[in-house]
Design a protein around this ligand. Structure first.
Ligand code: SF4
Ligand code: SF4
Length: 178
């Protein structure tokens, strides 16, 4: 996909990303005393795969950012970690924007009632699931539902037989497309 041809799905993706950033900032303020997250802490950074809409949005932004040198380090837990910093930080995927925060997923194994709250074990060390509810968590199922809808729209416009709505693309492939 060329940088010039930004689809409506990618515009929608970036709006969703801004919404996630706003939610994450609100929760960071709300939970500031229980979060151990800080610059240089990157145990949550692992190599990821993403849907095409997210992959090609990030790729488009990296192509336009001539000041950013991007390389993939095979030895790092996420190849975009360099000296414990994310070198694609402004364009990082949505899931990376929620690291450490209490995230709600529909998951019977996590909670008999169905909903499970997940967070980094370094955070909320004095809290249990009873401390969380709709007002102080991010519902990732809702975010992922919107993301899936945008991805279906994007893949249908792409008309590339190699990509389906189920395709996951490893983030390491960004450097191959750049
Ligand atoms: S893309 Fe950046 S924030 Fe996301 S896992 Fe990799 S280094 Fe961490
Ligand atoms: S989520 Fe956990 S590992 Fe990641 S920055 Fe926060 S405290 Fe560190």
């Amino acid at each position: 996909m060329e940088s010039e041809s930004i689809s409506n799905a990618i515009i929608g993706y970036r709006i969703l990303r801004e919404e996630v950033d706003r939610l994450a900032q609100d929760l960071e303020r709300m939970h500031s005393r229980q979060l151990a997250c800080k610059k240089g802490c990157c145990d949550c950074c692992l190599n990821l795969s993403v849907w095409p809409v997210e992959f090609f949005s990030i790729l488009d932004e990296l192509r336009k950012d001539n000041d950013r040198a991007v390389a993939f380090n095979e030895a790092a837990s996420c190849g975009y970690l360099c000296q414990q910093e994310c070198i694609i930080y402004p364009y990082r995927p949505i899931i990376c924007r929620t690291h450490g925060l209490p995230l709600v997923y529909w998951h019977e194994e996590l909670d008999p009632a169905g909903y499970g709250v997940m967070f980094c074990k370094k955070n909320f060390i004095d809290s249990d699931n009873a401390a969380f509810g709709p007002d102080n968590t991010i519902c990732m199922d809702e975010i992922n539902t919107q993301l899936a809808r945008l991805n279906i729209e994007f893949v249908s416009q792409l008309q590339e037989p190699d990509f389906s709505p189920q395709t996951r693309i490893e983030l390491k492939q960004l450097v191959e497309y750049l």
